[in-house]
Design a protein around this ligand. Structure first.
Ligand code: RNT
Ligand code: ZN
Length: 418
């Protein structure tokens, strides 16, 4: 059978359970997913020397890490060519690009330092998301930034946040696409603190000061990301789940951002998505794969990833949930890491769009739970691969593993020579 015939056959099978696969494919093609630049260089950026801090860590030393903006863009291009679907570019402030000899510290960053990224994104029809970088910098004092008891430190980071609001607004204006600006800090303590409320009150005040910078709410969407713990900050995180959720709930225009690596191992973000959607008009996600902890492994097409996508689709919230990938694996080919992760999330979304959600919901409402279980299991073996192949064909990318040959060639010709 040709791929076309396989698709036609699969389409009929899905049609018999009330799923329109053509509509699913068309829908997915218009939903942007944010691709994080930081997988390409192990969260290093271009504005500093020195280690990655903030309780996050990349492990591995695979060849070919991008060392310059040109290399990073070239690698991203290579990855983008191999992924179906609409992309948005996700940048961190530490990826500022300085022209010869010039340098601006984080509190003095300006839109012009991101002009090259704007050109890159525009040429590829992408919007841009942005992140202030509150880590890997000498002004992180005793592991604290926005919650520091040292006024000078705190002021520096507030100014950084404000500069990032201005940059986000510029990125949105230039690309014509709203910019999601995510605030995450690694602030916390390794061991049992004596004062848990003080840092949180300072953190609250600092974020309020950042958000007091004037911006158009239709252009800039600030978010606050929570976390349970980081490496070296195991006992206390200032921006905990309760703190950030409450902050977003009480500050108009501020979105909560859930990273699925930032919860206790048996908690699932798939269940938290519909809970938050009951209250927030919009939410944001960092999609990652925690292995035993917030390890930021490459996203796979696994059960929880599928379940998260299903919840977004079932809640009819594809336009209300800002989706961004967030992982960094330095132990494997970084281009492949981008591609596998992005393709996995695309698969999860397409799989969700091909799920007979109305039918399943009805079974639940009528308490036909025996049948619901049977049907959910049955669906696992539906010919989803044929729908995926058709989606990839329409997006002009390989549907099967043949994309990997391209990555191997690129490793040989480009990455191995660095
Ligand atoms: C860290 C957070 C944060 C970072 C990126 C680089 O635990 O997930 O989102 O991964 O900002
Ligand atoms: Zn994250």
């Amino acid at each position: 059978m040709t791929n076309k015939e396989r698709y036609e056959s699969a389409k009929e099978i899905y049609k018999s359970i009330g799923v329109d696969t053509d509509a699913a494919i068309a829908k997915l093609a218009e939903i942007p997913v944010s691709l994080h630049c930081w997988q390409g260089d192990d969260v290093t950026g271009f504005d500093h020397e020195g280690p990655l801090t903030g309780g996050i860590q990349t492990t591995g030393n695979y060849i070919g890490k991008a060392r310059t903006p040109e290399e990073l863009m070239q690698d991203m291009d290579e990855a983008i060519r191999l992924m179906p679907g609409k992309k948005k570019l996700n940048l961190h402030a530490c990826y500022a690009i300085f022209e010869d000899g010039e340098y601006a510290d984080r509190d003095k960053l300006e839109p012009k330092h991101f002009a090259k990224w704007v050109t890159f994104a525009k040429e590829r029809g992408m919007g841009i998301d942005f992140n202030p970088t509150f880590f890997s910098h000498e002004k992180v004092k005793d592991g604290l930034t926005l919650s520091s008891p040292d006024e000078e430190t705190r002021k520096f980071w507030i100014e950084h946040g404000k500069a990032c609001i201005r940059i986000s607004q510029y990125l949105a204006k230039e690309t014509g696409v709203p910019c999601v600006m995510n605030i995450w800090t690694g602030d916390g303590y390794k061991d049992i603190p004596a004062d848990r409320i003080g840092p949180r009150m300072r953190y609250k005040d600092s974020i309020e000061q950042i958000l007091s910078e004037s911006f158009d709410k239709n252009l800039v969407k600030p978010c606050v990301e929570s976390k349970v713990f980081g490496i070296g900050v195991e006992s206390y995180t200032v921006g905990s789940a309760e703190f950030t959720l409450s902050f977003a709930a009480t500050h108009d225009g501020c979105l909560p951002l859930m990273d699925n690596g930032h919860y206790h191992p048996t908690e699932v973000v798939s269940d938290k998505i519909p809970a938050l959607l009951c209250y927030y008009p919009e939410i944001a996600l960092h999609i990652t794969r925690p292995v035993r902890w917030d390890s930021d492994h490459v996203v796979l097409f696994d059960d929880e990833t599928k379940e998260m996508a299903k919840e977004i689709v079932r809640c009819e919230a594809l336009e209300r949930v800002h989706m961004a990938l967030d992982y960094f694996d330095a132990s494997i080919n970084r281009v492949s890491a981008w591609v596998v992760g992005f393709r996995s999330w695309q698969k999860a979304l397409l799989n969700a769009l091909c799920t007979p959600n109305e039918m399943l919901k009805k079974l639940q409402e009528e308490n036909r739970l025996t049948e619901l279980m049977m049907m959910q299991e049955e669906l696992r073996l539906y010919p989803f691969g044929d729908i995926w192949a058709e989606y990839c064909r329409q997006c002009n990318v390989a549907s099967d593993k043949s994309w990997f040959e391209e990555v191997q060639r690129y490793e040989e010709n480009v990455l191995a020579k660095r």
